[in-house]
Design a protein around this ligand. Structure first.
Ligand code: NAD
Length: 317
């Protein structure tokens, strides 16, 4: 089958592209190589895929309907994995418009293109951020998600709702995956694990907001891709799944573990909590375990060791 992977040059997208190609599937990647972070990194992410005859790159933008039409031409698409988005919580507070443009309007354009081109299967990358400051832990798909605390989170919730409307009206088969802070090789450079690793390694100061007490459920990229692959392999009607490890790590613990692996002490500035940042994320993954046979394997201790090894290796190139 041929898959259209939007955002296929990004962090999670490029890993999914590789996984699908390894399994002998065809992949069309639609990506606009925006400058949210260095586009050279995204080109590098898909260097290997470009050698594969079953891979086609469409450089284009979700916001442009003509670009979307190009993506659906050439190879008959059987399913769409929609990973392209403007990501990041804090920048969405300073500059919310690109978030609504790409995440909401872009997703609507893509759903319309699926309808027009008769593509029924649609996987949507949602986010743990939709839970906001959910008082109940762990976070379950059944919990209300009506109180996002950042524009980014609000756009992710909006995409789940739009996808539901297309399921109801046009019979699209939809699966929404709420990713919980994914990390591993190629992680976006502004995300905490990558940024702290770089700064500690280079002897630069790091800012810990809210005394480093906030907690995250960190998901290793291989586990996230395994769950995504399993979700792509079946029909859902309309379903939402949490994909996390169901274990939490505080920011301060994270820094300590990175210090150990880098063999350097972090220079820490403690700053007040940031508006928009949630206090904790913690995934209840029982639904994904039961229905997708999702079995995350990576403990944070080993995942960070692998990340640091990858990072130091990249520095050498
Ligand atoms: P990423 O920024 O590395 O990848 C997104 C890709 O989308 C980029 O290559 C970018 O160039 C592309 N893109 C952005 N706007 C586009 C547009 N208008 N048209 C076409 N392409 C566009 O991000 P990521 O970390 O790989 O995240 C992938 C998806 O998973 C996103 O939807 C994100 O919201 C979601 N998500 C990620 C995490 C995480 O921890 N990384 C957590 C929760 C949800």
């Amino acid at each position: 089958m041929n898959y259209l992977v939007t955002g296929g040059a990004g962090f999670i997208g490029s890993h999914l592209v590789e996984r699908l190609l390894t399994e002998g599937e065809g992949v069309v990647c639609l990506d606009n190589f925006d400058d949210f972070y260095d586009p050279k990194l995204k080109r590098r992410n898909i260097q290997g895929a470009l050698q594969n005859p079953h891979f086609r790159l469409v450089e284009g933008d979700l916001r442009n309907e003509g670009d979307l039409e190009r993506a659906f031409q050439g190879m008959k698409i059987g399913a769409v994995a929609h990973l392209a988005a403007r990501a990041g919580v804090r920048p969405s507070i300073q500059d919310p418009r690109p978030y609504v443009d790409t995440n909401v309007r872009g997703t609507l354009n893509l759903l319309e293109a699926c309808r027009k081109n008769g593509v029924r299967r649609f996987l949507l990358a949602s986010s743990s951020s939709v839970y906001g400051n959910n008082p109940k832990v762990p976070f379950s798909e059944k919990d209300p998600v009506d109180n996002p605390i950042s524009p980014y989170a609000a756009t992710k919730k909006a995409t789940e709702l739009l996808a539901h409307a297309y399921h109801h009206l046009h019979g699209l088969d939809i699966v929404c995956l709420r990713f919980f802070t994914v990390y591993g090789p190629r992680q976006r450079p502004e995300m905490a694990i990558h940024q702290f690793t770089r700064r500690i390694h280079e002897g630069q100061r790091i800012s810990l907001f809210g005394k480093g007490e906030s907690e995250r459920d960190y998901t290793y990229i291989d586990d996230a891709i395994e769950g995504t692959r399993k979700a792509l392999a079946r029909e859902h009607g309309y379903e939402i799944y949490n994909l996390g490890e169901s274990q939490t790590t505080s920011l301060l613990q994270l820094v300590r573990m990175l210090e150990e692996r880098l063999g350097k002490k972090a220079l820490i500035d403690i700053l007040p909590e940031q508006p928009g940042d949630v206090e904790r994320t913690f995934a209840d993954i029982r639904k994904a375990e039961e229905r997708l046979e999702y079995r995350p394997k990576m403990k944070i201790e080993e995942g960070l060791t692998r990340f640091v090894r990858w990072y130091l290796n990249e520095k050498k190139d």
